[in-house]
Write a protein that binds this ligand. Structure first.
Ligand SMILES: Cc1ncc(COP(=O)(O)O)c(C=O)c1O
Length: 394
């Protein structure tokens, strides 16, 4: 199904001029309860006051040392030392998490080969198609849990066909389901990767929503990466768009982790060469804005703003889930996050029915994607019942 999400958002904006009951569930950005896009005014304030020398010059292709240190520290936090003790690593600035995903798929997958992804997933197809590579899917769910049988089966299938297999895992707050793996599920995934020791396995760990997870220790799963064996190479893709609520800045980073120094050196060189020839460099304002957020006088405000945004996402998810359960609205397994999916058989017809009733949401293979990230608690209150009565009436 080819869907133009931007067109749906445009339709919603137009409808807002004509009707006052429009609910736009299509926007994939966090909007706070006061309507502030991104939810982190401290980031915008810092941007407004940035001097020309932090905005105008060309940056280093990899983002420069302060950026690389800041990203590494932020991503691994309490486990920074543990990761450094276990792996060689590199960090490279990328235009958003998207740039990091593109860099891995372009540099690690030979043309014509396949990458393991889940059937319910973000649009990795956008990156694979122009790269001349293919996606091969496993089922994400077995009931309301991760589908290990399918993951194992499809991974084994690819391991027989190819020596090198890139496996994408998007966690926590998987887009678009809103599922978050339990720690035990994550450990089991890592041990399945460990079993394929005659292959070269590359784990692309997409942590775009890590800072919005309802997990108590949001970095515990990253710390478990040390349990991977030497045949598993790791690329962590980080999205500053989400963490800093700076979607249009194109702030992101790729972190490569490996016990094989040669592999890592080669991987880093390939990523830098790709960057130079493809997007040249990540915008200077994005790099410097991230650095500013870690300066002593701003960091407390940033942390406080992010904590508030995360709590809001969690509260919205709880409210929607509670009301969905009350009215028996069928959802794919949801824990928390920016999105959830209401299951329905003919999602395009449901999308049309909803739009007629001034509710704009995105049809996906399994149903209708609801972007809780951009809806206020007021809009969410009662939404489950509205969806149920519109989508499931004949
Ligand atoms: C799962 C996932 N990964 C990566 C990204 C990339 O985000 P960006 O390029 O905006 O940083 C997104 C954005 O929606 C996403 O949902």
């Amino acid at each position: 199904m080819i869907i133009d999400i931007l067109q749906i958002s445009r339709d919603a904006r137009e409808a807002k001029h004509r009707f006052d009951d429009v609910i736009d569930c299509s926007i994939g950005m966090f909007i706070d309860e006061d309507g502030f896009v991104g939810g982190l005014p401290v980031v915008f304030d810092a941007f407004k006051h940035m001097p020309p020398e932090l905005l105008i010059p060309y940056p280093s292709v990899d983002g420069g040392q302060p950026f690389k240190d800041n990203v590494f520290k932020w991503v691994f936090q309490a486990y920074e030392q543990k990761i450094q003790d276990s792996f060689n690593y590199f960090v490279c600035a990328t235009p958003g998490g998207s740039g990091a995903v593109a860099a891995v798929l372009r540099t690690q997958v030979p043309k014509g080969e396949q990458v393991l992804v889940s059937d319910i997933r973000w649009q990795y197809d956008r990156f694979s198609e122009p790269a001349g590579i293919f996606l091969h899917s496993h089922e994400l769910f077995d009931g309301d849990k991760f589908n290990f049988a399918s993951f194992k089966k499809e991974l084994s299938y690819l391991c027989k066909k190819q020596n090198k297999v890139v496996v994408i895992v998007n966690d926590p707050c998987q887009n678009p389901s809103g599922y978050t793996l339990t720690f035990e599920e994550w450990e089991q995934i890592l041990s399945i990767l460990n079993e394929h020791s005659s292959n070269e396995i590359v784990l692309l760990y997409d942590i775009a929503y890590i800072d919005y997870s309802c997990e108590i220790d949001q970095r515990r799963k990253a710390s478990a990466l040390v349990n991977l064996k030497d045949h598993v190479q790791i690329f962590v893709t980080f999205s500053g768009s989400k963490t800093f609520g700076a979607y249009g800045m194109r702030m992101g980073a790729l972190i490569g982790l490996s016990r094989k120094a040669d592999f890592l050196k080669d991987a880093r060189e390939k990523v830098l060469a790709l960057a130079r020839g493809m997007w040249s460099a990540t915008p200077t304002p994005a790099i410097e804005l991230l650095n500013l957020m870690f300066e002593e006088e701003r960091k407390p405000d940033f942390l406080q703003g992010l904590a508030k945004a995360r709590q809001t996402i969690i509260r919205r998810g709880h409210l929607f889930l509670k009301q969905a359960q009350e009215v028996d609205l069928p959802l794919v397994p949801y824990i928390n996050g920016f999105y959830t999916i209401v299951k329905c058989p003919n999602s395009y017809a449901c999308y049309e029915k909803l739009a007629k009733n001034h509710i704009y949401a995105v049809p996906v293979e399994q149903g209708i994607r609801i972007a809780l990230c951009s809806l206020s608690l007021k809009d969410i209150d009662g939404l489950a019942l509205k969806l149920k009565s519109i989508m499931f009436c004949s």
